[in-house]
Structure formats: structure tokens, C-alpha cells
Write a protein that binds this ligand. Structure first.
Ligand code: DAH
Length: 338
């Protein structure tokens, strides 16, 4: 028996496995219920009592050697696996293809529509100073109109704030260029508002600006009329209502015929048949002068719209928060070529 155990020990020590399957066969051969060790313990009952201690120890040490061998070889395979597994970048992916965010789709649509009539795109900073966000746009200090927009100020400097609208970009464009100016400015804006289905503290706007000699309200109406039909369809009707903004005079808001009920009246248009989509007006001469544009020579119009609002109308989305949650089930419904 001693000799038998000695030979087995030699075999075990000499064993090497090329793969995990061979190692498993080895384990089964030695350690399973019908394996070598079980058989040795079965034979043990025939060992004369004076040899039992020694033989018992030999069997136990054989068993331990087998167990250690298995652990060592197994670790070797696991580490080898780690070094072998490199990502194969040529493999096709089974994860879903990305889709553009609905706000990006609509923003690109808007840019595209205005680009066709000669508008360029301009951008400005999201962190603004009082001059560009308010003063140059004819919001005098302490003017109640500043309360229309709940501003996030930078704590240490009341002159610096997160822009409350993209109208700040029109100031920057006018400061830095000569008319004729024809530009739109899409971007992110910030207001200190409680988050709900209809409001958010972050949202997106597109500002439009057209400055040249002899620009009139007719140009404004015609431009926006074209825009509404391009974006919402050729049967869309528009109407202008008088309004107030410090930076335009006269000011208006533009409604379109409700694209959901076609103007018949539904809960989206609150049974009026009309939905508001933007604010606009003729640029106030004070604004032109603040931006070093000669108001005796040039006139212009401006408009501003919320991208979320337009996207909600276009796709009949009833909760603004969906745009910011980035739930893939929502996002993957928007596939577009733009
Ligand atoms: N800045 C305005 C807002 O955030 C939107 C706006 C209205 C922009 C009229 C304009 C405009 O350029 O003419 O509410």
C-alpha cells in the first residue's frame, strides 16, 4: 500500500493539464466519490493496526497534494484567461445603435430651415455678465422686467450669472460684426424654476437676429411664417399677438394653428385652436446703440423660441422631464437622418 501511494504521489506531482477540461478529469479521477482517494480509504480497513497511523498520514498528504495541484493549475488558467481576453474591435456589436436626442433633431431642423434663407449660426458663453444678459438688452437696473427671468447668479459676483436666454448672443454678435447680420443662436439657458412637467431649470432656446437697412415688421412676419410652415407643415397657420419684451419695440408673440387638432380645439391648445411658439419684435433702437450699431441707419428684427416647447408640440410629448432623464426607451423612438 505504501508503494502504491508513493507511485500515485509521483503521478500527481508529474501531472500537468493543458486546459481546464483535463484538470477537471484529473479532479474526478482522484477526488470524486468513485475516485482514487475514496478507494484508498476503502482499502484502509485492511491495513494492520500498527501501520494505520503512517498509511493514514500518507493518504492524507496525497489528498492535500492533489488539492493544491488543482488550485495552482486552476489559478494559472484563470490568469491566462485574463491576459488573453482583449476586446476584438472587429466583432459586430449587439447593443442598439444610438439615436439623436429629440432636442438635437429639432435644433438641427431649425438650423437647417434658417440656413436655407441665409442665416448663419452663432454661439455665446453660458456664463454671462449682466451687460450681455440684461443691460445691453434694455433691461435697466431695478427694472421689473428682470423679474420675468429667475436668474442663477454666481454667489461671489452679482455681475456674473448663468444666461437666462440666448438673447445675450445677439448682443455679442452685434458688438463684433457689421450689418447686414443674419444669424440664429441655439443654446442652453438656465432659470431658477422648480422642475415640473412644464418647467425646468435648464432648457434650450434658439435666438434669431436680422439687422440691415430697411428691415421692417413685414420681413419679420414673412420670415417666421416661412419657418412655421417648414417646421410644422404647409397647412400651418400663424397669428401674431402684441406682447412686451424690453429689447424689442414693438413686440409680439407668434401662435401657430394647433398641429394636434388642426385648429379645431383640443386639450393641448386649451380648446383655442392656437399654440404659442415664440416671442419676437423689432430690435429696440436702445439695443442697437448699446451694441455700437447706428440706429439711425439700421433696423432689425429678433425672435426667440424654446426648443423643448417646439419639440413637445412636434412629437406630442407631454412631460418636459423626459428630455433630461435620458431613458433609452424614450430616446430610441427618435430616429432621424439629420
Ligand atoms: N429672450 C426671450 C425669452 O427668453 C425670448 C425672446 C422674445 C427673444 C422676443 C427675442 C425676442 O429675440 O424678440 O423669453
Amino acid at each position: 500500500m505504501k508503494e502504491k501511494i508513493g507511485n500515485l504521489l509521483k503521478d500527481v506531482k508529474a501531472f500537468n493539464a493543458n486546459n481546464i477540461e483535463q484538470l477537471e478529469d484529473f479532479r474526478i479521477k482522484y477526488l470524486s466519490k468513485k475516485g482514487v482517494i475514496t478507494a484508498l480509504f476503502a482499502d484502509f480497513k485492511d491495513v494492520p493496526p500498527e501501520q494505520r497511523k503512517e498509511i493514514g498520514q500518507l493518504i492524507n498528504s496525497l489528498k492535500t497534494t492533489i488539492q493544491e495541484k488543482i488550485v495552482t493549475l486552476k489559478e494559472g488558467f484563470e490568469n491566462a484567461d485574463k491576459t488573453i481576453v482583449k476586446p476584438d474591435l472587429t466583432l459586430p456589436s449587439d447593443s442598439p445603435l444610438g439615436a439623436r436626442h429629440p432636442l438635437s433633431i429639432v435644433r438641427n431642423n431649425i438650423i437647417d430651415i434658417f440656413a436655407r434663407i441665409g442665416f448663419t449660426v452663432s454661439e455665446g458663453p453660458e456664463i454671462e455678465d449682466d451687460f450681455h444678459n440684461f443691460s445691453a438688452l434694455n433691461f435697466p437696473m431695478d427694472h421689473p422686467a428682470r423679474d420675468m427671468q429667475d436668474t442663477f447668479f454666481i454667489e461671489k459676483d452679482p455681475d456674473i450669472a448663468l444666461r437666462t436666454h440666448t438673447s445675450s448672443v445677439q448682443v455679442r454678435v452685434m458688438e463684433n460684426s457689421e450689418p447686414p447680420i443674419r444669424t440664429i443662436s441655439p443654446g442652453r439657458v438656465f432659470r431658477n424654476e422648480a422642475i415640473s412637467a412644464r418647467a425646468h431649470c435648464i432648457f434650450h432656446q434658439v435666438e434669431g437676429l436680422y439687422i440691415d437697412t430697411d428691415v421692417s415688421f413685414v420681413d419679420l412676419k414673412q420670415t417666421l411664417y416661412y419657418f412655421a410652415k417648414e417646421l410644422f407643415g404647409k397647412d400651418t397657420k400663424t397669428r401674431f399677438r402684441p406682447s412686451y419684451f424690453p429689447f424689442t419695440e414693438p413686440s409680439a408673440e407668434m401662435d401657430i394653428s394647433c398641429n394636434i387638432c388642426g385648429g379645431k380645439g383640443c386639450n393641448i391648445c386649451k380648446y383655442t385652436g392656437w399654440v404659442e411658439i415664440l416671442g419676437c419684435g423689432m430690435v429696440d433702437p436702445n439695443v442697437l446703440n448699446s451694441c455700437n450699431i447706428d440706429s439711425s441707419k439700421y433696423t432689425g428684427f429678433a425672435f426667440g423660441m424654446g426648443i423643448e416647447r417646439i419639440t413637445m408640440l412636434k412629437y406630442q410629448i407631454n412631460d418636459l422631464r423626459l428630455f433630461f432623464e435620458n431613458d433609452v426607451r424614450f430616446l430610441e423612438q427618435f430616429k432621424s437622418s439629420i
